[in-house]
Design a protein around this ligand. Structure first.
Ligand SMILES: [Zn+2]
Ligand SMILES: [Zn+2]
Length: 341
């Protein structure tokens, strides 16, 4: 089978390797589509260097083989999405019901070992619990959105939105737009803050009720005036720097929640007034990765066509052109670039 390997910054090779054997608790997946996420882009750009790296964690494929001890009710031919996040089930956090924060989830690799999620490959091995069956007619490219969608589902749920609430989404990249779509499904009014005009337009097309440029200085005034001076019940930080987070906190209503979904590089402190937390009971929290529950929900949303993610797939590129696909994924005018097999 063919497999893409990032061997150095800006260098990807397609190597020929044997189709892997599965253990009794594993399945073999024939990969049909795989998205290129920022995680893989970091290795391609050389921001993170641990080579040879096998990228690809936003995966949709078809079951090829099922191990004898797999309890998941899947059979060869089933279309699945893959949650390639291993959980040991034994560490303190796994036992506390927070297995997305498992301390043994990261792959341990020795320098020179091939490592990584491995979705940029014609076949891949997954644990039985890592695959979720989806509708047999689901467009494979749309299936790759299950992973980011499962992460955003958790972010949305952390804000405990009520019907009629106002939510502000900071940033309108693919993660911001997924927040817009899910917040709308939850019956809220959505305001997007995004400096780029083309992305603001895309946010409106994705269902945002209002869009603003955070550098126009109107955002805080607008959010206050749209909420009779109260502020927003929820703010989702998906992109931007520390000043965006500080601005997001200022946008909150009493009892509101800001979810730090995005990370900031390089990391830097923010300043908060502790009295805002005390007197206004605002909540500052974060969301990272997906849980088995949120992945199940993402698979169901996509299978039943309850959320439209088609407009987030900017380009579909054959696997053989993986290097070109990475260049397209790095371009600011694309949302998600998906490799097809
Ligand atoms: Zn991803
Ligand atoms: Zn664990």
């Amino acid at each position: 089978m063919k497999q893409a390997v990032i061997t150095a910054p800006k260098s990807i090779e397609i190597r020929e390797t044997a189709v892997p054997e599965i253990k009794p608790n594993e399945v073999l997946v024939k990969v049909k589509a795989c998205g290129i996420c920022t995680f893989e882009q970091r290795f391609y750009k050389g921001v993170q260097q641990a080579y040879p790296f096998l990228g690809g964690h936003e995966i949709c494929g078809v079951i090829e083989k099922v191990g004898a001890r797999v309890a998941n009710d899947v059979k060869p031919g089933d279309v699945v999405v893959v949650a390639s996040l291993t959980r040991c089930g034994e560490c303190h956090f796994c036992r506390k019901g927070m297995d997305h924060l498992c301390i043994n989830a990261g792959e341990k690799s020795e320098p020179g070992d091939f490592w990584g999620p491995g979705g940029f490959s014609e076949y891949m091995v997954a644990k039985g619990y890592e695959v979720y069956k989806v509708a047999s007619d689901l467009d494979y490219a749309l299936g790759t959105v299950a992973e980011p969608l499962a992460c955003v589902i958790r972010s949305i749920q952390k804000a405990n939105l009520k019907f009629g609430d106002t939510a502000v989404v900071l940033g309108a990249g693919i993660m911001g737009l997924l927040h817009v779509k899910l917040a709308k499904l939850q019956g809220t009014r959505v305001i997007v803050s995004e400096p780029d005009a083309a992305r603001r337009k895309k946010a409106l097309e994705s269902g945002a009720d209002y869009v603003f440029n955070p550098f126009d200085e109107g955002l805080e005034k607008e959010v206050k005036s749209l909420t009779q001076g109260r502020g927003a019940e929820a703010v989702f930080f998906t992109a931007g720097g520390t000043s965006a987070v500080e601005q997001g906190i200022r946008l909150l209503a009493k009892g509101g929640t800001i979810v730090l979904y995005g990370s900031i590089h390089p990391a830097a402190p923010i300043s908060i007034n502790p009295n805002d937390v005390h007197y206004d009971e605002i909540v500052i929290t974060g969301a990272i990765k997906h849980t088995k529950e949120s992945f199940r929900e993402a698979a169901a949303l996509l299978s039943q066509g309850l959320v439209n993610v088609k407009d987030l797939i900017s380009e579909r590129i054959p696997f053989e052109k993986v290097e070109y696909a990475f260049e397209r994924a790095l371009s600011p005018d694309t949302y998600r670039v998906v490799l097809l097999f």
